[in-house]
Design a protein around this ligand. Structure first.
Ligand code: COA
Length: 310
């Protein structure tokens, strides 16, 4: 029995904030942001938009692309650090908005690694025969947590949602291995106290990101019993183009096998990998039967990697 990714969906709010727009109210420049991060623009939700609002269109598209209806979904998982409320979970709101039939619903708080954690949980539900169809959404409105006078964080993050439906199948498309870790002693590198704004130690985060994603990726490949040469596409968390390039070098994989769309969206935290998967699939870079490596890193610290046959 396999856990197959059957449908993909994504949504970003229509409002675009370009580097030139940031120049108008921050001591920064398009040149600095582009050179240091690779980001050109990001999408920003309205003040009243909640995570479940932007998760909804992504989830609807993923369910439709899987050839299912919301009534077929037995578990709804939302990976988010910007939930609608402290409780109930964003997943409960989303399931209701979708018109699901009383599914299990809960959120994952693992910052930018939330989608990787969620994929592993969803796969375990499928393989233990608990459920046949699980919806997993990474949905973030980080713009609500940003101190817009802090140039070190305001230029990095964007809003968006990416969704996948994971279904039980008999084929060979499968989630093959997962490695997930955390280190709470490094919480200060990237954190957001309740009711306050996001804080980040950029340099430490940068260094830890490359190390942890590199190690997790190697372990996940070993666990799956394949090598980096078998991998058709690496889809890393979109945090910084320099982190992505350093990871490619560390894994000894050519850059054209490493997907990036950070220039369009910035860092959308738990949404970045499913958004990238969606676009890679639409662009024909991610195909059925391909071995794919996903890896992420985020506040916690949390990190992980997944190897799958798409
Ligand atoms: N515009 C212009 N200058 C800026 C700036 C901005 N937006 N942000 C910082 N600077 C300045 C700094 O003040 C510093 O100036 P100084 O030399 O006069 O002190 C200079 O640029 C270099 O800053 P530094 O922090 O050393 O830059 P960096 O090369 O480390 O890049 C980040 C900063 C944030 C882009 C980089 O550290 C990074 O991407 N870190 C990881 C962040 C991340 O991925 N977080 C999410 C993880 S999921």
């Amino acid at each position: 029995m396999s856990a197959e990714i059957k449908g993909l969906g994504m949504y970003v709010p229509p409002r675009v904030l370009r580097n030139n727009d940031l120049e108008k109210f921050l001591d920064t420049s398009d040149e600095w942001i582009t050179k240091r991060t690779g980001i050109k623009e990001r999408h920003i939700a309205e003040e009243w938009d909640r995570a479940s609002d932007i998760a909804l269109p992504a989830a609807e598209e993923a369910i439709k692309n899987a050839g299912l209806t919301p009534k077929d979904i037995e578990a709804v998982i939302v990976a988010t650090s910007t939930p609608d409320m402290t409780f109930p979970s964003t997943a409960c709101y989303l399931a209701d908005k979708l018109g699901c039939d009383n599914p299990m619903a809960f959120d994952i708080s693992a910052a930018c690694s939330g989608f990787i954690y969620g994929l592993t949980i969803a796969s375990s539900f499928i393989k233990s025969k608990q459920f046949n169809n699980v919806l997993l959404v990474g949905a973030e409105v980080f713009s609500h947590l940003i101190d817009w006078s802090d140039r070190t964080t305001a230029v990095i993050f964007g809003d968006g949602a990416g969704a996948v439906v994971i279904s039980r199948s008999e084929g060979d498309s499968d989630i093959l291995s997962a490695v997930m870790s955390s280190d709470g002693s490094q919480w200060f590198a990237l954190h957001c106290p309740v009711g306050e704004k996001l804080r980040m130690k950029g340099k430490e985060t940068f260094r830890l990101a490359i190390q942890s994603m590199g190690k997790a990726s190697q372990k996940a490949l070993e666990k799956a019993g394949i090598t980096v040469d078998d991998i058709k596409l690496v889809i890393p968390h979109q945090a910084n183009i320099r982190i992505i390039r350093a990871l490619a070098e560390r894994l000894n994989i050519p850059e054209d096998k490493v997907y990036s769309n950070i220039h369009k969206y910035g860092n959308t935290s738990a949404a970045s990998i499913p958004i990238a998967m969606y676009e890679a699939y639409k662009e024909g870079k991610l195909k059925k039967g391909d071995y794919v490596l996903l890896t992420a890193f985020g506040g916690g610290l949390t990190w992980g990697a997944v190897v799958l046959k798409f």
